[in-house]
Write a protein that binds this ligand. Structure first.
Ligand code: FA5
Ligand code: MG
Length: 461
């Protein structure tokens, strides 16, 4: 693996992803292990829980909409820096752009870090659609939206809720302003969604401050080109659509529990809205749900910025709309009670057999025996700047799914030698069998060798 990586980064002038050849550059940091995940597309695999979560959310969005959402589920993951960051207004110094957070193919291309990378091209497609009932009119008058599901890639920490590849669904809905029909359809849809909520989720409570800021200096204020009333209407439509989608998932799980256990009572579904920041929406929010005695963030969203419409060549002052991005893997883990994110990728029969032929169902995953977790501490003096994500990446590349977690557990400055010491604790576990100490030592030695070769660390014994 070590040599392969060197080949990728240094010697080889090209690398191939999904049969396409890309020239490499000094910025290239995508590893063979990551490239091996490209094309697995769990969101399109009927036997993966990710597929079911996607489908249930898609159905929920269509259930109350005048026009069904356009679905995009096969976008390839290599995109330009322009699509992933520039078009969305990411500032030049945003941490998301750094090599320690993002997998770069070369200077101009990367593995998308979120499904928002496809917003602009999907808006371009939307702006050319006609209304399905009246083809003389643009579909945007009465509202038209799209849903994109895809694999996304982030250089991140390693633990049981983080994996460098996960899946997101993006969605937006957009209308033409200043048109009496627009407002009527928006209000009708809100009413339909309200009706569905009251009927299907009588025990749902939502904590929401429910106001729109009208203060140009505030980061989360309404946009200048929209009125307060319009903003309010778009936010309301967005929040209802998202509450309905998430509540639908929870209900599927509770219905299953009730079927298994006659005394099971539907718990109260609790959600809350928090203010957030994204460069391409304003105002922006996050939705959290209360599940198993904890508040969990499930999605980010907001009112689409005028600049995004403009970048898609639309008559930007004429458009209003919302957008969201939701993580499918964490929702799957939550609803099926899958405790380790690596399991989603497992080919072990004890995992896959529980999902085969059960598309569309949410149920309790039955955990199977797990194997020992073995820990190794790696201590060293740093001789140059390094980011914890760089260490994680080397561990991930050498150990692949055998790595359960990796964390920086100690850092101190030794005044006598004027050096900073770091200790990382790496936990190894194979989900499918026991691994021997020799196997673990071999991997751990490779990790240390790589740290010496690439970061000139001085190992401490
Ligand atoms: C985004 O990625 C934005 N693109 C979302 C968005 C879209 C906002 C459109 C506004 C408009 P964020 O980084 O918070 O935001 O990720 C969105 C969701 O993806 C999170 O709420 C979470 O559910 C999931 N997620 C994020 N990081 C991980 C990870 N490492 N592993 C699993 N799921 C993750
Ligand atoms: Mg977030």
């Amino acid at each position: 693996m070590n040599n392969l990586l060197k080949t990728l980064n240094k010697a080889s002038s090209h690398l191939t992803i999904l049969n396409k050849k890309y020239p490499t550059s000094g910025k290239t940091n995508v590893t063979p292990n990551i490239i091996n995940h490209v094309g697995l597309n769990l969101h399109n695999n009927k036997n993966s829980p990710i597929y079911t979560i996607r489908e249930l959310i898609e159905n929920s969005f269509d259930s109350a909409s005048y026009r069904k959402f356009d679905k995009y589920n096969t976008f390839e993951p290599v995109v330009t820096v322009k699509k992933n960051f520039d078009d969305l207004g990411f500032p030049a110094d945003h941490v998301g752009r750094s090599k320690s957070d993002t997998y770069y193919v070369n200077n101009t291309h990367l593995l998308r870090t979120h499904t928002s990378a496809h917003e602009v091209e999907c808006f371009e497609a939307l702006s050319n659609c006609n209304d399905h009932q009246d083809p003389t009119k643009s579909s945007l008058v009465n509202g038209h939206g799209y849903l994109i599901s895809a694999d996304v890639y982030r250089r991140d920490e390693i633990d049981k809720t983080h994996y460098p590849v996960f899946h997101q669904m993006e969605g937006t809905k957009t209308w033409t302003r200043m048109n009496p029909e627009t407002q009527k359809v928006m209000l009708e849809e809100i009413e339909t969604m309200d009706g569905l909520m009251k009927k299907n989720f009588p025990s749902l409570t939502v904590e929401d401050k429910d106001y729109v800021r009208d203060d140009d200096k505030h980061e989360n204020s309404k946009q200048e080109y929209m009125t307060k009333e319009e903003t309010s209407l778009v936010v309301k439509h967005m929040k209802k659509s998202l509450e309905l989608a998430v509540a639908t998932l929870l209900k599927h799980r509770y219905d299953h529990d009730a079927l298994k256990d006659k005394s099971f009572k539907n718990p109260e579904i609790k959600m809350r809205w928090i203010e957030a920041y994204f460069p391409w929406t304003k105002p922006s929010f996050e939705l959290e749900i209360y599940y198993n005695n904890e508040w969990l963030e499930v999605l980010g969203c907001g009112v689409t910025r005028n600049s995004v419409f403009k970048n898609a060549g639309m008559e930007s002052e004429n458009q209003i709309g919302w957008a969201f991005g939701i993580g499918l893997d964490r929702l799957a883990m939550l609803l099926y009670n899958i405790k380790d994110i690596r399991l989603l990728w497992s080919k072990d029969k004890r995992f896959t057999s529980q999902f085969e032929g059960r598309t569309g169902e949410i149920f309790e995953f039955k955990p199977f025996s797990t194997y020992a977790i073995t820990t190794r501490d790696v201590s060293f003096y740093k001789t140059k700047e390094m980011n914890p994500n760089d260490v994680m990446e080397i561990v991930r590349d050498e150990a692949n799914t055998w790595c359960y977690s990796c964390e920086l557990i100690d850092e101190f400055h030794n005044k006598k030698v004027d050096k900073t010491s770091n200790t990382y604790r790496i936990s190894y576990q194979n989900l499918e069998r026991n691994i021997t100490n020799e196997e673990i030592n071999a991997i751990n030695d490779k990790v240390v060798d790589r740290l010496v070769a690439e970061f000139e660390i001085e190992p401490r014994l």
